[in-house]
Design a protein around this ligand. Structure first.
Ligand SMILES: [Zn+2]
Length: 357
């Protein structure tokens, strides 16, 4: 069934891709393990009223609750539900049969990010171990072309991104974990390097807080003007695993505000304005509210392959919430990034076809 739906979506893709207005830059932001349920419905009605919760339901209700899911999602992610919903597109609201899933069968981070950036749900990529990726990301592929050489950068809260993007082989600038940014730095960049070590190691040694990642990456974007940049945020997943639904929502809201800042910067900066498409997505879904399954993901959690994607920019039609019955996959994002730039992504491994935007 999935295959037939995929083929249907592919024929649509070919038509729409041909009419696409090209961009010169692509910015990708991921929020690790943020559920489609919150993106499209805001604070979950069960989790907001869970009397057995260890997190503060009072905080959740004070900050994120409203009577309708439309109002709740606006409270949680105001940028998504104003700017992106009016000028961009959002995929993955399963209420309408608009399905967006992992094509890989693992539903955790390394296989997910591998699929996003290499376009390939590789069955042999099946752990989060620090193994240099044998597959080629679309960033690595594009950075071999003259116009993107030295113009692609990867920032992440998790210290495995340097392996997923195969920093050594690709030569991409990767700044992840608690690493300092090196090179010719502004005073602000020196401050952000120092601040990240003053923040608590809240989750584990391989993960810094997103506030550090965002500021280091955003300042790099402003000073070096990369044509391809990735912001890999992780707080949402970590707080969900910890069972902190209040902080999980906070993390999603912070990310929405940062994405608004990135977009406002893009649209007010020559070289970026009206030439840049922003893609926002996640690496996997999570389980349902019942039985605390929202905290978990991976093969044992039936719903953990259910995810979402949003995009805004000159290469994106202003459809808003996509209500078409269609099955799309995370692995289609890599080819989409290339198509947006007027390129074809042809690494030595298979690649799923681009999504019609
Ligand atoms: Zn996780």
């Amino acid at each position: 069934m999935k295959t037939r739906l995929l083929l249907l979506s592919l024929s649509t893709a070919l038509v729409s891709v041909g009419q696409m207005k090209l961009s010169e830059n692509v910015v990708v932001v991921t929020m690790d393990g943020l559920r489609w349920q919150e993106v499209f419905g805001g604070a979950d009605s069960i989790l907001s009223h869970d009397t057995a919760a260890k997190y503060s339901t009072r905080y959740v209700k004070d900050h994120f609750w409203a009577a309708t899911s439309e109002d709740r999602r606006k409270k949680l992610m105001p940028f998504f539900w104003s700017e992106v919903s009016s000028k961009g597109v959002l995929f993955g609201n399963r209420t309408y049969g608009n399905y967006f899933n992992n094509a890989n069968r693992y539903w955790f981070s390394y296989p997910g990010y591998n699929e996003i950036f290499t376009g390939f749900p590789d069955t042999t990529v099946n752990s989060n171990d620090k193994i240099p990726n044998k597959n080629e990301t679309v960033f690595e592929y594009l950075s071999k072309l003259p116009e993107y050489k030295g113009k692609a950068a990867v920032f992440g809260s998790w210290d495995v991104f340097s392996y997923i993007f195969n920093e050594k082989r690709s030569g991409l600038l990767v700044n992840d974990g608690h690493r300092d940014l090196t090179g010719d730095l502004t005073e602000k960049q020196k401050l952000f390097n120092s601040l990240q070590h003053q923040m608590p190691v809240l989750f584990h040694e391989g993960e810094r807080l997103d506030a550090a990642t965002f500021n280091i990456a955003f300042e790099f974007m402003k000073t070096k003007k990369p044509k391809l940049i990735f912001f890999g945020l992780g707080d949402t997943d970590e707080f969900a695993h910890a069972g902190q639904y209040d902080y999980y929502l906070d993390a999603a809201q912070n990310a929405d505000e940062w994405i608004a800042q990135i977009w406002n910067y893009i649209q007010s900066t020559p070289g970026y304005a009206n030439k840049t498409t922003l893609i926002i997505t996640t690496d996997h879904g999570r389980g349902l509210a019942a039985g605390s399954n929202w905290r978990h993901h991976g093969q044992r959690i039936a719903e953990a392959s259910e995810m979402w994607m949003a995009a805004i920019g000159p290469s994106v039609k202003a459809i808003g919430e996509n209500k078409q019955k269609v099955q799309l996959f995370q692995g289609q994002i890599a080819a989409t990034i290339a198509v947006i730039l007027g390129k074809e992504f042809k690494p030595s491994h298979p690649v799923l076809p681009a999504i019609p935007l």
